[in-house]
Design a protein around this ligand. Structure first.
Ligand code: PBG
Length: 337
């Protein structure tokens, strides 16, 4: 028989005993302010097109997008991130449609800002939805993605977005030096309030598969990958180097992407730079949860909520997630654990 003195003197379970003390010691709180909803936009009217690899996510025509934007405002989500699905006949090797001031994205931005001026609108800066080869930039005859030539087009894409009223431009292309050049050009054009969220630590990840279906770049991309510009999943230090460069070049916010498998990177970035830091819970992560939930293997609501809280704990100031509206709704309904 053990004596009383041999029992633990520190009882961690005391504070876990009741809901009130669990709530008191809780270190991180998730609110709608932490969420950014990525949406896929397409041409047409009054149509929604399901994305088969992302059940529950639809491509939206601009009028349908406005309804979703209205829900975001209602539930307190601060910002939408737009991604285009471009018709095949507008795709070219140089992706020049990306810079069209009357293109799908600038029109969507104008409609959104007219209807909901208080809702932040972020636009992705990269050429992959617009190129016939599905790469984020221009390519040479060997298929290599050209850095400096690509930046010239990206700058024009940014100007079309910012002039249409985009609040945030988010270069996801991973070309070297693009943040500095974009910032410089925005300043010269008097667009001094346009914020830049840099996809700084963006990995060459297989988790983007369903997204590429959604924007319609996967069949064009074929068996090619993006390893000559996106980061090697094996590297952590390199992410800090990338983030440091983007902040020095004028980024207002930085991002780590994908999300859950890269929480260590997120933590290191936040600890090192203390800048506004965002995580992207990407399409493959969404699909993994959704299909497991559909198969009855997991509790979707609980797993999504837990995942979001883990992003906060790891240092995220905000999370891009296809679950943003669901989560905001659950929070409004009073859901915690
Ligand atoms: C485009 C871009 C991608 C994502 C965001 N912007 C795909 C890619 O780089 O191939 C992925 C988002 C997701 O998977 O949810 N450059």
């Amino acid at each position: 028989m053990q004596t009383l003195g041999a029992y633990p003197s520190v009882r961690m379970r005391r504070m876990r005993h009741d809901d009130f003390s669990r709530r008191l010691m809780r270190e991180n709180v998730l609110t709608a302010n932490d969420l950014i909803l990525p949406v896929f936009v397409m041409e047409g009217t009054s149509r929604r097109e399901p994305v088969p690899s992302m059940p529950g996510v639809d491509r939206l025509t601009i009028d349908e997008l406005l309804k979703v934007a209205g829900e975001c405002v209602e539930y307190g989500i601060p910002m939408l991130a737009l991604f285009p699905h471009i018709e095949d006949d507008l795709k070219t090797p140089d992706g020049r449609e990306a810079a069209n001031p009357d293109g799908l994205i600038p029109r969507a931005v104008k409609a959104l800002k007219a209807a909901y001026p208080q809702l932040g609108i972020m636009c992705d800066v990269a050429l992959d939805p617009y190129t016939t080869h599905g790469q984020d930039g221009l390519i040479d005859e060997t298929g290599y993605i050209l850095n400096d030539e690509t930046i010239e087009v990206l700058v024009e894409q940014v100007l079309a977005q910012a002039r249409a009223g985009a609040d945030v431009v988010a270069p996801s292309d991973m070309m070297d030096g693009r943040i500095g050049i974009i910032r410089d050009r925005l300043e010269k054009e008097g667009l001094i309030h346009t914020r830049i969220m840099a996809y700084s630590a963006k990995y060459a990840s297989c988790y983007y598969g369903p997204f590429r279906d959604a924007v319609g770049s996967s069949s064009n991309l074929g068996k090619s990958n993006k390893a000559v510009y996106q980061q090697d999943p094996a590297n952590g230090d390199e992410a800090l180097w990338e983030v440091g460069l983007d902040l020095a070049e004028g980024a207002d916010m930085v991002m780590v992407k994908p999300g859950v498998p890269y929480l260590d990177v997120l933590w290191r970035v936040k600890e090192e730079f203390k800048a506004p830091t965002f995580a992207y819970h990407v399409s493959g992560e969404y699909a993994m949860i959704k299909f497991a939930a559909m198969a009855g293997a997991i509790d979707e609501k609980k797993i999504v909520y837990e995942t979001m809280v883990c992003f906060k704990r790891a240092g995220a100031d905000g999370i891009l997630t296809y679950y943003a509206l669901d989560v905001a709704r659950w929070i409004k309904e009073g859901y915690s654990y």
